[in-house]
Design a protein around this ligand. Structure first.
Ligand code: GLU
Length: 509
């Protein structure tokens, strides 16, 4: 085991977005590539956004994707329990206090109303200006930098609510090396004195993420580029807490973009364009609204992580299909893209189709069986179902397609696409199908070769092109113009069924 430790640190607020899964995936791949550990930490300090069930859901999604964490709230063992930030309150408080004592943070008693008034005042003078709590005004606000220590003690004793804010430096260039973007610098004056500890005693994300990355010995932290603006605050915290040398290396991943237009792919884009953006089904516990996930839509986890890996990383080769093991082997930071990648649902389905083709029938068996059983198809032999899967899997894009592609092996088609036969139907063809029934009846060894020979023999005798007979034959057996070789199908459904289905369709024509 190496000392590489990465983490996925989601907030349990709802469905797990593609972008989140990709962050988890890259963290996982990086850790595994370096024989390190992948940690799950639940960032649930914002009680207003907490959603019941979301934590278990996140764990289920990671497990389904095959990237289960080595440590986390749900894993026994692990040196850093609790992995849920809401259970680490005391720790953050202690570090917040340490920062105040060292003069790097301060108590702020400003009420919401007071801050609102400040914002309004700034707007009044400059319509585009925004109020920022920082070195230019902190000495005029209601905090422990301006008040005397007696005044502060009095306020605290009286139970007046306060927050703890970081004291950001004036005019400092704050620089770090991002694993993807290289050197990134920010002017400290552009960053406000962020709240570290809230009035309810809960830390904000800024304090909690730094404290936990330190205590959990995280060496590499992957997160979406939307978190870049927070980096200067975090860097100062690492420094102020005396941990600068242990700061993890950061990688800010590019956004996954909507297919049309600009900007981050959102749940709304998915709804609008008709594709999922969550890994698995998510039901909002408040509204009961169900958002379909890639899993339930019929994606294989192998395909899902493959397509996510390719959204933001390339192997350097033409090849696009990679198993998880190959991804672990090949993953390298220098081929992670700097720019965002547009999500393309057609391409996503292509990955799934390729993976279904690639997967063995034995590995697909349970999924396909579940789909058929859901439709009340009775499966008696796994072996027979495996043969059927092998025959039809090249024709499936989503797992659900296996229903249409398999059901006719078990049941007579519920409906027959007569329109596909009718235009070219005639007396000769009708006679052919009348005669073939008794000839089929006499075939003693019912296998595709015998069936084909018998079929072609009669066609030649009656002077009808075989090609013109195969289509109606197929429609009779499966109900439409699809499926693998028609003689193969006839062999598999058996003599009686083949004859019965011909007869049924003749009665409809
Ligand atoms: N809790 C943040 C999130 O929800 C974590 C960001 C980070 O990894 O630093 O994505």
């Amino acid at each position: 085991m190496s000392n590489v430790r990465t983490r996925f640190a989601p907030s349990p607020t709802g469905g797990l977005h593609l972008g989140g899964v990709r962050t988890a995936l890259f963290s996982y791949l990086y850790a595994k590539k370096h024989k390190g550990q992948f940690v799950l930490r639940i960032e649930d300090t914002d009680q207003n956004r907490y959603v019941e069930g979301a934590e278990q859901y996140i764990i289920d999604c990671l497990t389904w994707c095959g990237i289960a964490p080595d440590e986390g709230p749900h894993v026994e063992g692990g040196e850093h329990h609790p992995y849920r930030q809401s259970e680490r309150k005391e720790t953050y408080k202690q570090y917040a206090q340490q920062l105040v004592d060292a003069g790097h943070a301060y108590y702020a008693f400003d009420t919401q109303e007071e801050l609102e008034a400040k914002r309004a005042e700034v707007k009044l003078h400059n319509e585009h200006g925004t109020f920022q709590y920082d070195s230019t005004n902190r000495l005029h606000l209601n905090n422990s930098l301006r008040l005397t220590s007696d005044e502060v003690a009095k306020l605290i004793n009286e139970g007046v609510p306060y927050v703890i804010r970081i004291k950001m430096p004036e005019n400092e260039l704050i620089t770090f090396q991002d694993m993807i973007r290289g050197e990134i610098s920010n002017e400290s004056s552009l960053v406000d004195d962020k709240v570290l500890l809230k009035a309810d005693g809960m830390p904000t994300y800024h304090l909690a993420v730094v404290v936990d990355d330190y205590l959990m010995k995280i060496t590499h932290a992957f997160r979406g580029e939307e978190w870049l603006p927070s980096a200067p605050v975090h860097i100062k915290l690492w420094e102020y807490l005396g941990w600068k040398n242990e700061m993890p290396q950061w990688a800010h991943l590019p956004l996954i973009l909507k297919p049309d237009g600009n900007g981050k792919l959102s749940k709304r884009d998915g709804d609008r364009l008709g594709f999922p953006v969550f890994a698995m089904n998510w039901t909002d516990p408040k509204t009961n609204e169900l958002a379909t996930g890639f899993k339930e839509l019929g994606f294989l986890p192998e395909a899902f992580i493959n397509l996510l890996a390719m959204l933001g990383w390339s192997s350097g080769e033409e090849k696009e299909l990679f198993s998880k093991e190959e991804l672990i082997q090949l993953f390298s930071m220098d081929r992670v893209h700097k720019g965002g990648a547009k999500f393309d649902f057609e391409k996503a389905k292509w990955f799934n189709h390729e993976w279904i083709k690639h997967q063995s029938a034995e590995l697909l068996l349970n999924d396909v069986k579940a789909i058929l059983v859901k439709h009340h198809v009775e499966i008696t032999s796994d072996e027979a179902l495996c043969s059927i899967i092998s025959l039809v899997k090249d024709r499936c894009t989503l797992l659900g397609d296996f229903y249409t592609q398999c059901v006719y092996f078990y049941e007579s088609p519920k409906s027959i696409e007569i329109e596909a036969i009718q235009p070219k139907w005639n007396e000769d063809k009708k006679n052919f199908f009348v005669k073939i029934q008794s000839l089929f009846n006499d075939v003693s060894d019912w296998n595709m070769n015998e069936i084909e020979t018998c079929f072609k023999h009669l066609a030649t005798e009656m002077n009808i092109k075989v090609g013109e007979l195969q289509l109606p034959f197929r429609v009779m057996l499966v109900g439409g113009k699809f499926g693998p070789g028609v003689f193969q199908i006839a062999e598999m459904i058996g003599k009686e069924n083949t004859i019965a289905r011909i007869n049924t369709t003749l009665n409809l024509l």
